[in-house]
Write a protein that binds this ligand. Structure first.
Ligand code: 13P
Length: 241
């Protein structure tokens, strides 16, 4: 299975010129035939990096098809702009924009209808971790998939406490979470879907630790925030490739 390196630019950078310069640094990388590179830019920059040798996706889209939803974009629009992926359930959307599991489920359905591949994020926060609730939280978040027909999907394990904190999850603990996610996906769907579902790790990934999540924790790829805006993102491609 080809590995996947996903760069989530979040709400960065401030100008198309900066977006271009970040992207051209990534393009300087010799790359790897064994790694699919995905960029999730702010949606307004999607045309800038379209058809330039990497896969693209949006960081969010609404579940309704069209209509009076000021400020929103639809899954179909994302697809028709040349995207293959859509990030769904990121903890920043859950926390800052109060996105519920119900909405997340609707977004996954809408993404599949539009022919997009969801990158579905799950992860526990610090309090839940300290209370020993991690397993329960992950199971509950994944349960939105019950009864759905999902052809292709990526699941991102992003412990909330590790995001942007400089304190990544220990690869051994991440490995156990990967196994748990795989088990739950098998229970919800079947072994075949579980085998085809890529599971990626996200949370303070950098050039120094990226390889561990692939080689030791056996993830199929990485979901990178802050470091995806830096030169090191290009180097990560060969590091994990
Ligand atoms: P950081 O890599 O900045 O911790 O962010 C991870 C993330 O949220 C990717 O979606």
């Amino acid at each position: 299975m080809k590995k996947i390196l996903i760069g989530n630019w979040k709400m960065n950078p401030g100008s198309p010129k900066s977006a271009e310069s970040i992207f051209s640094e990534i393009k300087k990388s010799p790359g790897s035939t064994d790694v699919e590179v995905v960029i999730l830019p702010p949606s307004i920059y999607i045309p800038l990096i379209k058809n330039r040798g990497v896969s693209i996706g949006a960081q969010d889209a609404y579940f309704e098809k069209e209509g009076a939803f000021t400020g929103e974009i639809s899954m179909e629009m994302v697809k028709n702009m040349g995207c293959r992926y859509i990030l769904i359930g990121h903890s920043e959307r859950r926390l800052l924009f109060k996105e519920s599991d119900k909405e997340i489920r609707k977004k996954i359905i809408a993404a599949c209808v539009a022919g997009l591949v969801p990158i579905f994020c799950v992860g526990e926060n610090n309090e839940q971790k300290n209370d020993g609730e991690t397993g329960r939280v992950i199971r509950e978040q994944l349960s939105v998939l019950e009864g759905l027909q999902v052809e292709e999907m990526i699941v991102g394990y992003e412990p909330v406490w590790a995001i942007g904190s400089g304190s990544p999850c220990d690869p051994e603990a991440a490995f156990r979470m990967r196994l748990l996610i795989k088990k739950i996906i098998t229970q919800i769907f079947d072994r075949k879907v579980a085998e085809n579902t890529k599971i990626v790790y996200g949370g303070s990934v950098d050039l120094g630790n990226c390889k561990k999540y692939i080689e030791e924790a056996k993830f199929n790829g990485l979901l990178v925030g802050g470091a995806s805006l830096k030169k090191e993102f290009g180097k990560m491609i060969s590091e994990i490739g």
